[in-house]
Design a protein around this ligand. Structure first.
Ligand code: ADP
Ligand code: MG
Length: 244
């Protein structure tokens, strides 16, 4: 479903992604781990074309973007529409209610009728356990509730793949579980997911594949059971020793 080949990203002189190859199959959950600054966020943002890669190709559902050529607007629109991003700091609109946050994308981007969008937004908020919070503003919600609104908002665009960038790392420990549970439910429904996280328990329970990134490269890729028990690369071992 996703095929990334030779992906590079530079910020000025700083090369942050140094030739990433990555395949994600339909319905797969891929967890990306790696030290701070290794390029995990940049990789997710490239998948969503929030950042434009410097070189390489990404194929999403047979639709190819080749970054050695100028990007076409329809390619950018396609990638944005087909991938839903969940951010570390939720990025909700502070002056909109939970329901309005979830409706925003479908109404503004997809030109959906407001009543249709409102009904779907209500269903999605119910699905993430927030049926009693439709009219609450972000500041009236806990971090875990805000992040669940963030997930509902991404789902509202009916993406083919969900991208999560450390979705629980800004949360108090007691709120982490409720967000991970929503993510687990999504995975069980067959959603294709790419998740940057330090929650090793989640990786062990839910991931089909774990990717270890360091210094802009994929160092190792394996099933979680193998990666955590028996890492092949010294750098992976060192990183896991710090975490486990
Ligand atoms: P990670 O998510 O693994 O911590 P990032 O992808 O956020 O890593 O960052 C990788 C490197 O790219 C870091 O050195 C960071 O400072 C740099 N970087 C990220 N975004 C930008 C940007 N917009 N402009 C300049 N440098 C950036
Ligand atoms: Mg990051």
């Amino acid at each position: 479903m996703i095929s990334i080949k030779g992906l590079y990203k530079k910020f000025g002189e700083l090369e942050v992604l140094k030739g990433i190859d990555l395949e994600v199959n339909n319905g797969e959950v891929v967890v990306i781990i790696g030290p701070s600054g290794s390029g995990k966020t940049t990789l997710l943002r490239c998948l969503n074309i929030l950042e434009v890669p410097t070189a390489g190709t990404i194929i999403l559902e047979g639709h190819k973007a080749d970054f050695s050529m100028p990007l076409k607007k329809k390619d950018v629109d396609y990638f944005k529409k087909k991938s839903g991003m969940v951010f570390q700091h939720y990025n909700l609109f502070p002056h909109k209610t939970a329901l309005e946050n979830v409706m925003e994308g479908p109404v503004i981007v997809k030109k959906e009728a407001k009543e249709v969008a409102r009904k779907k937004a209500g269903q999605l908020l119910t699905k993430v356990g927030l049926s009693d919070k439709f009219d609450f503003y972000p500041h009236q919600l806990s971090g875990g509730q805000q992040q669940r609104v963030g997930i509902a908002r991404a789902l509202a665009m009916e993406p083919k793949v969900m991208l999560f960038d450390e979705p629980t790392s800004a949360l108090d420990p007691e709120l982490v579980g409720e967000v991970l549970q929503v993510m687990k439910d999504l995975a069980n429904e067959g959603m294709t997911m790419v998740v940057v996280t330090h929650e090793m328990r989640f990786a062990k329970d839910v991931a089909d594949v774990v990717i270890f990134m360091d210094d802009g490269k994929v160092i190792e890729r394996d099933k979680p059971s193998e990666m955590f028990k028996n890492p092949k690369e010294e750098r992976t071992r060192q990183f896991l020793n710090l975490l486990l």
